[in-house]
Ligand binder design. Structure first.
Ligand SMILES: [Fe+2]
Ligand SMILES: [Fe+2]
Length: 329
């Protein structure tokens, strides 16, 4: 019984030992397999990561190329816009210079034309060169004052006033066509002679019209219309009793209405073979009294405001001592 027990005991020990050994071996085997699997897994992951990395790098590099191209494109566009802007500026500058040259040319042509015509008128007029200079300055003074009246502000811009000033010396240019016997007569004219003298308005207008047509045909220049208005209408009267057409009120061009006051003031303060020079005060009273009949009331109102300026111009450019003394009174 004891031996049997011993045998069973030994057997059990051996079995247990064998089992223990198997367990150890199994564990070792399992550990080997796991490690191998883990290594394979890591390698696979690394492969995927590596592949992704390469793709990403390729994509990024292509994106980089696109960005560089876009930048270059935008830079090129900016550059071409800048160049186009510069070219436009250059063209504008050239255009401005050409316009300025043309304006200067036009102003010079105007001045030379008007000056030549005025000189021609002066040689035929029994009135002095002083009359032409004085009336020219009265016209400018009057026009500037009238421009401060809102009713005339638009019509009398700086350019128009300057044109009135330039054209004023041509008001009597038609006298070129009046015979010397009448023009130079040292006394009052007869009715018949006066009728001939009156034609100077129409003659002046026609002469300037021909000059204007010639200029327009040759050079598209047109600046004598104001001169034509002045020559044609400076003897019209506001109530319609003037000549040559008997125009009335606003039908008389503004330049003609202004010229009328300037011309008559100067005739009054100048001496003539048939009259002494009137004083400044007397001339002012006559013009003031004729507002609405002979003269445009608005122009007379402006004249009254600048009458002292008229006196200064008359004194500065007076032809005779006698006139200077009358003006000083
Ligand atoms: Fe006249
Ligand atoms: Fe005159």
């Amino acid at each position: 019984m004891r031996i049997r027990t011993l045998l069973w005991g030994s057997y059990l020990v051996v079995v247990l030992a064998a089992l223990g050994l198997m367990a150890v071996l199994l564990k070792a085997a399992l550990e080997d397999v796991g490690e191998a699997n883990l290594q394979a897994g890591e390698e696979a992951v690394q492969g995927v990561v590596q592949a992704n990395y390469q793709i990403s790098e390729k994509v990024l590099s292509q994106l980089g190329e696109v960005v560089v191209e876009l930048k270059a494109l935008s830079l090129a566009r900016e550059l071409s816009l800048m160049l186009a802007g510069r070219e436009l500026e250059r063209q504008n500058e050239i255009l401005e210079i050409k316009v300025a040259e043309r304006t200067m040319e036009l102003a010079l042509t105007q001045d030379v034309t008007i000056h030549s015509l005025a000189s021609l008128a002066e040689t035929r007029d029994n009135e002095t060169g002083g009359h032409i200079l004085r009336t020219q300055r009265y016209v400018k003074t009057l026009a500037k004052k009238l421009a401060s009246n809102p009713k005339y502000a638009e019509a009398l811009d700086a350019r128009t006033i300057q044109l009135f000033y330039k054209c004023a010396p041509l008001h009597d240019i038609g006298k070129v066509g009046v015979p010397d016997a009448i023009l130079q007569k040292p006394g009052k004219l007869t009715d018949q002679e006066f009728a001939i003298m009156r034609t100077h308005c129409e003659l002046g207008y026609q002469a300037l019209l021909k000059a204007e047509q010639l200029l327009a045909a040759e050079s598209q220049l047109s600046f004598l219309s104001q001169a034509m208005d002045i020559a044609y209408t400076h003897h019209e009267k506001f109530n319609g009793t003037g000549y040559p057409r008997g125009l009335a009120g606003q039908d008389i061009p503004l330049s003609g209405r202004i010229m009328a006051v300037a011309d008559v003031y100067d005739a009054l303060i100048c001496k003539r073979v048939y009259k002494p020079p009137f004083t400044h005060e007397k001339a002012v009273a006559i013009i003031s009294g004729d507002a609405g009949t002979h003269f445009c009331p608005d122009v007379v109102a402006a004249f009254l405001e600048v009458r002292e300026e008229f006196r200064r111009i008359a004194l500065e450019l007076a032809d005779h001592e006698e006139e200077r003394q009358a003006l000083a009174k």
